[in-house]
Every structure is written in structure tokens, then in C-alpha cells.
Design a protein around this ligand. Structure first.
Ligand SMILES: NC(=O)c1ccc[n+]([C@@H]2O[C@H](COP(=O)([O-])OP(=O)(O)OC[C@H]3O[C@@H](n4cnc5c(N)ncnc54)[C@H](OP(=O)(O)O)[C@@H]3O)[C@@H](O)[C@H]2O)c1
Length: 250
């Protein structure tokens, strides 16, 4: 129960990695705030947590809106008194070689993946300062600073910038008791790791060929990584970018 009585925000927790991470925190005693744009999947996450006797609230937010994120953090403090841990996981994927990247796709990818993390940190840090400290984990990707894959330029650029921004913030706020780190996953078992038109079986076959470990990461594995980085056990990890990618970048 590493997060007993902690108030934990997970953005993008209506699906995939975010939902698994939200469940993981709740299983270890946290009061979880599940946030994302669509209400229905967030309510589902809350139901799953409550079915295991955990505590969770669903709050909608568009992380590209500063006013939305400010309201989310204010609601968390009003409802729960403070914010102890934030996992900035909301993200979108896009594909296209550089000369072919749609400008709308570019803007959306940068807005959600980078500006979303910046705005989230901005408002979370303000609340954590008032509460005397906290922990932030930002979800980047192996293709941010660690690996180049043709066709993923916009996504890679957005995620590389997440790492740069997070590591800068880590140095800026650690003396105020706010510990900031990054996790950079390789392909994990959510629809985001499939290419357009690919079935789950096609994806598994492609990954079997491509990744040294021969499989995608499980949601339990990425959850364990995020929870460890968020816990006191990782107290000396500051500005770290933890790659969990089955050996792709080894
Ligand atoms: N799966 C992988 O293989 C993999 C690998 C490396 C990195 N990642 C990263 O891991 C994170 C989670 O990915 P996933 O695979 O779990 O994908 P996912 O299931 O699509 O989850 C992304 C979540 O972000 C939310 N979201 C998107 N835009 C948002 C916005 N503007 N404001 C608030 N929430 C927003 C979505 O919910 P709404 O649409 O309801 O808002 C969704 O729940 C992403 O940052 C992704 O880049 C994933």
C-alpha cells in the first residue's frame, strides 16, 4: 500500500495505459482522479476501481486548455485537499513522413503531447508547492530521445520535447520537494501500438520480429514502472527518463 491516503491524478485514464495505472494506484490505497476528455470511459475506470473497493473520481479535462487544467487541479484540491502524485499520460499518436505530415496532425500532436504536459505540470506544480511537495511522472515514448522510426516524426518530436521539458522542470523544483521523472515506453498492449489496418495478431507478429524481447509490454509491466517511479522507493530518481522497451534501444 505505497500510496495509502495519497491523492493521485492520472490523465488519459479512460483507456489503455492510463486506466491500468489508475487501477494500480487504487490497489495500493490511493484516492485516484481519473481525467480525460470523454466522460463515459472515465466512469468505466471509476467503476472498475470501485468494484475492487478502491476510491476514484472521474473529472473531464482537455489537457490542451490551460483553463480546463487549472479547473481540474482546483477541483482536486477542493475535493481532496491536495494533489500528491500526477501522471501526465494523455497522448495521441500520428504517422507521416516529414514532407507528408498533415499540418493539422502536427498541431494536434504537439498540442496534446507537449503543450498538454506543459500545462498539466504548470498547474500541478502550483498545487504541489502549496501542499509542500509531490511527484510527477510524464509519459513519453522510446521514440522521443531514444529511437528513430521513419514515419513517426511529429510524434517523436512531441515526445522528445516532453523529456527535455520534464528534465528541466525536475531540476527547477526538486528543492521544493517536487520530484519529476519520465517514463519512455516501447510498444505496449493497447490499440496505439498497432499500425493502421493492423489486427492485434498482425501487431504481435511484427513486434515478434522487431523487438529483442519478441513481444509487446504488458499493462501490468508499465503500471509497475510508473508506480515505482511515483513511490518513495524512487526517492533519489530526479529527472530520470526510464526506458521500458523490451530491448529496442539496448
Ligand atoms: N501504447 C503504446 O505502445 C505506447 C508506447 C509509448 C508511449 N505511449 C504513450 O502512453 C500514453 C497512453 O497511451 P495508450 O496506448 O494508453 O493510448 P490511449 O488508450 O489512446 O490513451 C490515451 C488517452 O489520452 C486521452 N487524451 C487524448 N487527448 C486528450 C486531451 N486533449 N485531453 C485529455 N485527455 C486526452 C484519451 O482519452 P480522451 O480521448 O477521452 O480524451 C485516452 O484515454 C500516451 O501518451 C502514449 O503516447 C504508448
Amino acid at each position: 500500500m505505497r500510496f495509502h491516503d495519497k491523492v493521485v491524478l492520472v490523465t488519459g485514464s479512460g483507456s489503455g495505459i492510463g486506466r491500468a495505472v489508475a487501477l494500480g494506484f487504487a490497489r495500493e490505497g490511493a484516492t485516484v482522479v481519473a481525467a480525460g476528455r470523454r466522460r463515459e470511459p472515465l466512469d468505466q475506470t471509476v467503476k472498475l476501481i470501485e468494484a475492487e473497493d478502491g476510491r476514484a473520481t472521474a473529472l473531464t479535462v482537455d489537457v490542451t486548455s490551460s483553463a480546463d487544467v487549472a479547473a481540474l487541479v482546483a477541483d482536486i484540491v477542493r475535493l481532496h485537499g491536495r494533489l500528491d502524485v500526477a501522471v501526465n499520460n494523455a497522448g495521441v499518436f500520428s504517422m507521416g513522413q516529414v514532407a507528408d505530415i498533415g499540418e493539422d496532425d502536427w498541431a494536434r500532436t504537439i498540442d496534446v503531447n507537449l503543450t498538454g504536459v506543459m500545462l498539466s505540470m504548470k498547474h500541478e506544480i502550483a498545487a504541489m508547492r502549496q501542499g509542500g511537495g509531490g511527484v510527477i511522472v510524464n509519459v513519453s515514448s522510446q521514440v522521443g530521445t531514444h529511437l528513430r522510426i521513419p514515419g513517426l516524426g511529429a510524434y517523436a518530436a512531441s515526445k522528445a520535447a516532453v523529456t527535455a521539458l520534464s528534465r528541466t522542470a525536475a531540476r527547477e523544483y526538486i528543492r521544493e520537494g517536487i520530484r519529476i521523472n519520465v517514463v519512455s515506453p516501447g510498444p505496449h498492449d493497447t490499440p496505439m501500438s498497432s499500425r493502421p489496418g493492423e489486427t492485434r495478431a498482425d501487431r504481435d507478429e511484427r513486434i515478434k520480429q522487431q523487438l529483442p524481447i519478441g513481444r509487446v509490454g504488458t499493462l501490468d509491466e508499465i503500471t509497475a514502472t510508473v508506480l515505482w517511479l511515483s513511490s518513495d522507493e524512487a526517492g533519489f530518481a530526479v529527472g530520470h527518463d526510464l526506458v521500458v522497451d523490451g530491448g529496442s534501444t539496448a
